[in-house]
Design a protein around this ligand. Structure first.
Ligand code: 5AD
Ligand code: SF4
Length: 480
C-alpha cells in the first residue's frame, strides 16, 4: 500500500507492501496497434488511486485510447499522484523528469498529472513543470478525453473541479493489473473527517456514496468473471450512506455489507478504511454473521495518546479506542485488526509516544502502516501547530514502533502454527512457481505447495507448519 517513507523501506520492507507503488499497468495489454492511440499510466499512493486509474483507463478506452506498458511507445503518459506525505510528492517529481526526457526525444508525447497532487497544486503544475500538458483532479476524469484533445491542439488544460456528486458509478473499471481473483470496488469518495494532519479532505473533497445497486452489480459481474474477492474501498467506508433517489430509502454500510455478501457465499468481501468513530456494532454483527465477510478490520489509531488524538482531531480518546478494540474481539474473537500510526506529531512527548507503543501491545495489531509525521501545506496542523519534534526523534520513535509491531506480528503468526485455515489462492508465490500464495480470512498471507488440479480462485484448507512476521507456511489437505 503506502510506501513513500524511506525509513520504512529500509527498516521494514517486509511489512509494507511496496511492490505496487508506481506500478505501470497492466498485464493484459495488447501490443501497440498501428495507427491507434496509446496511453501509459503509473499510480502512486493509496488503493483508491489504483482504483481510480482503472476508471481512467475505462474513460480513455471509450475515447479510443488503449493502455500500453512501454512508456516510450505511448502517445499519452499519465501519472496518478499522491500528496499524503512530502516524500510521495518528491517521488512523482522525479518520475516527471524521466517522462520529460522521453518527451524531449519524442515531441508530441502528452504528459498528464492526475490525482491528489494535481488537485493540490492545480495550475501551478504547468508553471513549475513546463512539460506537463494536462492537470486533472480526482473528480474530473470524465473530462480527460476533452483535455487531451485540447492539449493536442496546443491548449494546455487544467480541470481540478471537486464535485459533491461524482462517484463514477456508471463507469465499468478496466481491471488493469488484475490477478483475476481479487478486485477493488470504490464505494464512496472524499472525506469529511478533517484530521488535522491530513491533506485528503482538500484533495479529494467532500464525502459522497455511490449507489448501492451499482456496487452490488459490479460485485456480481466480477464474481461471474471468476473473481472471488472484492475489497470495498473508500477513505472512510463505515460512513457509507446512500439514499435511493426514487424511494428515499437509505442504505448504510452494515446493510451494504450484507447486500454484497449475498452475491455469492464464495465471494469474499473485504473493506478499507474504517474510522474508529464510525464502525458500529451493526457493522460488526454483519461481519460476524456472514462467513464470506472477512474477519479483518483496518482500524487506524494514529496515536495512542488522548492529548495527541485531540490535536489530530480524531474525535476519540485512548480509552474509547481501547473499548472499540475490546468490542471487536468480543463479537469476533478470531478477527484481525491492523492500524496506521504516525510518530512525532506536533508537540508529542516521549511519554505520549510510549502511549502509542502500549496501544500497539494492547491491540495486538496483525500489522500496521507506520509513518513519521510529515507536515502538509494548508492542513489545520500546518496552520495552527508547530512541527517541533526533531526529524531524528520522529525517525527513532518510528523505528521503535516498527520493531515492536514486527515482534507482535511474529508472535501472532507463530501462534497460528498447528491451526488450519481456509485460503483463497491468489497466484504463484513470489519465490517459487511450485507454491501458491493466498490469504486467510484474517488477511494473513499463506504460502503452500501446489497440488494437481488447483488454480487461482480456488479455496483450499491449509494446515500451518511454520511462520515469519509476514508469512505463514503450510500444507494443503482435503478438498472444499
Ligand atoms: N504525515 C504522516 N503520515 C500521514 N498520514 C496521513 N497524513 C500524514 C502526514 N501528514 C498517514 C495516516 C493515514 C495514512 C493513510 O497516512 O496514518 O491513516
Ligand atoms: Fe494519496 Fe490522495 Fe490516496 Fe491520500 S487519497 S493516499 S493523498 S492519493
Amino acid at each position: 500500500m503506502y510506501n513513500d517513507n524511506p525509513t520504512i523501506q529500509d527498516l521494514n520492507a517486509k511489512t509494507i507492501d511496496e511492490k505496487r507503488q508506481g506500478e505501470a499497468f497492466g498485464a493484459e495489454f495488447a501490443p501497440k496497434k498501428p495507427g491507434a492511440k496509446h496511453f501509459y499510466i503509473e499510480s502512486y499512493g493509496c488503493q483508491m488511486n489504483f482504483s481510480d486509474s482503472e476508471i481512467v483507463a475505462s474513460i480513455l478506452g471509450e475515447a479510443g485510447y488503449s493502455p500500453i506498458r512501454d512508456m516510450e511507445a505511448a502517445d499519452l503518459i499519465l501519472v496518478n499522484t499522491c500528496s499524503i506525505r512530502e516524500k510521495a510528492e518528491e517521488t512523482v517529481r522525479k518520475r516527471l523528469r524521466v517522462f520529460n526526457k522521453i518527451k524531449e526525444g519524442k515531441p508530441g508525447t502528452m504528459i498528464g498529472v492526475l490525482g491528489c497532487m494535481a488537485e493540490r497544486l492545480k495550475a501551478k503544475f504547468l508553471e513549475e513543470e513546463k512539460l506537463v500538458d494536462i492537470v486533472v483532479g480526482p473528480d474530473a476524469y470524465r473530462d480527460l478525453p476533452g483535455l487531451v484533445a485540447g492539449a493536442e491542439d496546443g491548449e494546455k488544460g487544467v480541470n481540478v473541479f471537486l464535485s459533491r456528486e461524482e462517484t463514477y458509478a456508471d463507469i465499468s473499471p478496466v481491471r488493469l493489473q488484475s490477478n483475476g481473483v481479487t478486485a477493488f470496488i470504490s464505494i464512496m469518495r472524499g472525506c469529511d473527517n478533517m484530521c488535522s494532519f491530513c491533506v485528503v479532505p482538500y484533495t479529494r473533497g467532500r464525502e459522497r456514496s455511490r449507489s448501492a445497486f451499482s456496487i452490488v452489480a459490479e460485485a456480481t459481474n466480477l464474481f461471474d468473471k471468476g473473481f472471488r474477492e472484492v475489497t470495498l474501498l473508500g477513505q472512510n467506508v463505515d460512513s457509507y450512506k446512500w439514499e435511493n433517489p426514487e424511494t428515499g430509502e437509505v442504505t448504510n454500510f452494515a446493510q451494504l455489507l450484507t447486500m454484497t455478501a449475498a452475491v455469492d457465499p464464495d465471494l469474499r468481501i473485504r473493506f478499507s478504511t474504517s474510522h474508529p468513530k464510525d464502525i458500529t456494532d451493526d457493522v460488526l454483527y454483519a461481519m460476524r454473521d456472514h462467513e464470506n465477510v472477512c474477519k479483518y478490520i483496518h482500524l487506524p489509531v494514529q496515536s495512542g495518546n488522548t492529548r495527541i488524538l485531540d490535536l489530530m482531531n480524531r474525535t476519540y480518546t485512548r480509552e474509547w479506542y481501547i473499548d472499540k478494540v475490546k468490542r471487536i474481539y468480543e463479537i469476533m474473537p478470531d478477527c484481525a485488526i491492523s492500524s496506521d500510526i504516525i510518530t512525532g506529531f506536533c508537540t508529542e512527548t516521549e511519554e505520549e509516544h510510549q502511549d502509542t507503543m502500549s496501544m500497539v501491545e494492547f491491540a495486538r495489531y496483525s500489522m500496521s502502516y507506520m509513518f513519521f509525521y510529515s507536515e502538509r501545506p494548508g492542513t489545520p496542523a500546518a496552520r495552527k501547530l508547530e512541527d517541533d519534534v526533531p526529524e531524528a526523534t520522529k525517525k527513532r520513535r518510528l523505528t521503535e514502533v516498527i520493531e515492536l509491531q514486527t515482534s507482535i506480528s511474529r508472535e501472532l503468526n507463530a501462534a497460528e502454527v498447528g491451526k488450519s485455515f481456509k485460503v483463497l489462492i491468489e497466484g504463484d508465490s513470489k519465490k517459487s512457481d511450485k507454491d501458491w500464495k493466498g490469504r486467510t480470512t484474517q488477511n494473513r498471507m499463506v504460502v503452500f505447495p501446489k497440488r494437481e488440479g488447483e488454480k487461482p480462485g480456488d479455496y483450499v484448507m491449509v494446515k500451518i507448519l511454520d511462520s515469519t512476521s509476514a508469512t505463514l507456511f503450510g500444507e494443503p489437505f482435503g478438498s472444499l
